[in-house]
Design a binder for this molecule. Structure first.
Ligand code: SAM
Length: 275
């Protein structure tokens, strides 16, 4: 008998994959967690029925959330990831020798543990001696940090449950304070096709807090609509300006860095409406 997994990406649309094995499935104190093996995308981390990452396409998301900020900042030494318990974003940031400390703040310990167990290619970086994993709320961590980080990534789930506050203006204000005077941050901000209000609001909020706010895009097959947005807030470096540091990647390169900021008209218009 065939077993299929469907994520209802909107009330009217889904993505469906043939499953070869369910590796784990249980409720954590924060969410429903599953790791399934699929024919098309390999192993897949699913939280509350939503695909978070898969072995086959994770490189696009993790490279694109990380390298834009890491290449715009000339000397990132102390970096922070909020969420991202699978370890993929941390793995990418550790590719830079300038990084002395990398802190991961994940609210749900089970995400870290199951990723270490079932997604070793994604979570491998978590064993690096530069990494500290803190199991706590990223909102509180940022509230209590001042002038500490060069780069902060917000690798969050959709704005439901504990992640709601990760899209609030107060959170962006605290991120600004947690960054050093030339710090830069990036947040994943969902699909321009299905989440236009979220993108408009996040861009407006980041723009009120940071002198530089920009949006860029990448294509990620397993995320709703396949087109994904990232919002950057920077204190001084223009995120479009790539410092052209050498890095081993499968998707990101210096041309893609610049091209990612070229927005289709319907996305550009979303941001214009906010100005
Ligand atoms: N790449 C993914 C995406 O766009 O779907 C996100 C992956 S990552 C697994 C998201 C993580 O954010 C989850 O493991 C979740 O537990 C964590 N998270 C949600 N709210 C959080 C909070 N307030 N503080 C820290 N981590 C949080």
């Amino acid at each position: 008998m065939e077993l299929w997994y469907t994520e209802k990406q909107t009330p009217d649309l889904g993505i469906t994959c043939l499953i070869t094995e369910t590796l784990c499935h249980f409720k954590t104190p924060f969410q429903d967690l599953a790791v399934i093996d699929t024919v098309q995308f390999g192993r897949m981390l699913v939280l509350d029925g939503m695909v978070q990452t898969t072995e086959k396409d994770e490189f696009v998301y993790h490279e694109m959330i990380s390298h834009i900020a890491m290449q715009s900042h000339p000397n990132p030494q102390h970096v922070l990831v909020i969420g991202g318990g699978d370890g993929g974003a941390i793995r990418e940031m550790l590719k830079y020798d300038t990084v002395e400390t990398a802190t991961l703040v994940e609210i749900d310990e089970a995400v870290v543990e199951m990723s270490k167990k079932y997604l070793p290619t994604i979570s491998a970086g978590l064993a690096d001696p530069r990494v500290t994993v803190l199991v706590e709320d990223g909102i509180e961590h940022v509230r209590q940090s001042v002038g500490k980080y060069d780069v902060i990534l917000v690798d969050s789930t959709e704005p439901v449950g504990p992640a709601i506050g990760l899209f609030a203006e107060e959170f962006y204000t605290n991120i600004y304070r947690a960054l050093k005077k030339d710090g830069i941050f990036v947040a994943q901000t969902e699909s321009p096709f299905f989440n236009s209000d979220l993108i408009r609001n996040a861009y407006a909020r980041v723009g009120r807090v940071f002198p530089l706010a920009k949006l860029y895009l990448a294509s990620i097959p397993t995320y709703p609509s396949g087109l994904w947005s990232f919002t950057v807030g920077s204190k001084c470096y223009d995120p479009e300006e790539c410092k052209e540091k050498k890095v081993q990647t499968k998707y990101y390169n210096h041309q893609i860095h610049r091209g990612a900021f070229c927005l289709p008209n319907f996305v550009g218009e979303l941001l214009e409406e906010e100005k």
